[in-house]
Design a protein around this ligand. Structure first.
Ligand code: NAP
Length: 291
């Protein structure tokens, strides 16, 4: 039976550590860290993620604020909000929750974010420093995965890691973190990869971030592999109060018996992404306050 990589438990541990740090800062007379989330439109999944992020802030003692805009808001207004948040002294970090409506350029918005407040780690400047020793703010999901592996003492050095999916926010930075500081041999697969199974079967560690439930099945995995499932797709489920269930990219039933370690969905990578956001905000705060 595989060891479950329990992101919920680890994220709670991290939150306790940050809470103690915040408490020490406020006892010394400093204001608490402040994270702002900008939410555009009424996407159900985004609402859930932002609410969870705000709740985590409350739990560690951060100040948190949510700024909402209607889905019809113009790109100019969001850019002006970004400019305002960049200048606002009392804001340590902020996120613009993705996805954005099609008429707003994600690239333009991200390019405008002050890199010192970019707690999602999406700006080109922070992305460009991923593999440097003195990196600043790492992309939250890959950072959370590395932290989860560390806390379960899973080494990446010399391992063959296969990353499936090459998005700017997960797969691509994940592959750089694993190959750079992680000293792993990395294969990066995507939609045009021929014979995906031939690659995944060779992997010591598989990290899947695609958004296709059940893409990775037991026959695509070697015995003893470590499996990290980033996928979170809402699928209709009438047995749930919400009417949907969250499904990962891994077919848990057929993969778990072969794996040495595996993340569940939900409760694996998701909580670790939030923990990373909290860690990044703390880093940004300490730099801003010269602590
Ligand atoms: P994305 O931007 O849509 O990227 C998906 C990637 O998967 C693309 O690189 C695409 O290849 C590749 N792909 C698509 N179909 C494939 C296939 N059949 N075989 C191999 N590769 C395939 O998605 P994302 O933002 O990275 O998110 C991926 C999943 O992770 C989603 O379910 C998302 O909800 C979830 N997610 C979870 C968290 C969390 O904290 N748990 C955070 C972020 C994302 P091409 O580039 O060639 O098209």
């Amino acid at each position: 039976m595989a060891v479950i990589l329990d992101g919920r438990k680890v994220s709670k541990e991290i939150e306790e550590e940050i809470k103690a740090e915040v408490s020490a800062c406020t006892k010394n007379g400093h204001r608490p860290p402040h994270l702002v989330a900008v939410l555009v439109g009424e996407d159900g999944a985004s609402e859930t993620y932002v609410t969870a992020k705000m709740k985590a802030c409350d739990e560690v003692g951060f100040k948190s604020s949510m700024i909402r805009y209607d889905a019809t808001v113009t790109e100019e207004i969001i850019l002006a909000e970004v400019d305002r948040l960049n200048k606002e002294e009392g804001v340590d970090g902020y996120i613009v929750q993705l996805p954005l409506p099609a008429h707003i350029s994600v690239e333009k918005i991200i390019d405008r974010i002050d890199t010192t407040k970019d707690v999602d780690g999406f700006t080109p400047a922070n992305f460009g420093k991923i593999d440097q020793e003195h990196h600043s703010l790492l992309p939250a999901t890959p950072m959370g995965i590395i932290e989860l592996l560390k806390r379960y003492v899973i080494k990446t050095k010399g391992k063959h890691c296969v990353v499936v999916g090459k998005s700017h926010i997960v797969g691509m930075p994940m592959s750089i973190l694993l190959a750079g500081p992680g000293d792993a041999t990395v294969t990066l697969c995507h939609i045009h990869t021929k014979n995906l199974a031939a690659h995944t079967r060779q992997a010591d560690i598989i990290i899947v971030a695609v958004g296709k439930p059940g893409l990775i099945t037991g026959n695509m995995v070697k015995e003893g592999a470590v499996i990290v499932d980033v996928g979170t797709t809402r699928v209709a489920d009438s047995s749930k109060k919400s009417g949907f269930a969250l499904k990962g990219d891994v077919d848990f039933a057929s993969v778990e018996p072969k794996a040495s370690h595996i993340t569940p969905v939900p409760g694996g990578v998701g909580p670790m992404t939030i923990a990373s956001l909290i860690m990044n905000t703390m880093i940004a705060y300490k730099k801003r306050m010269n602590l």
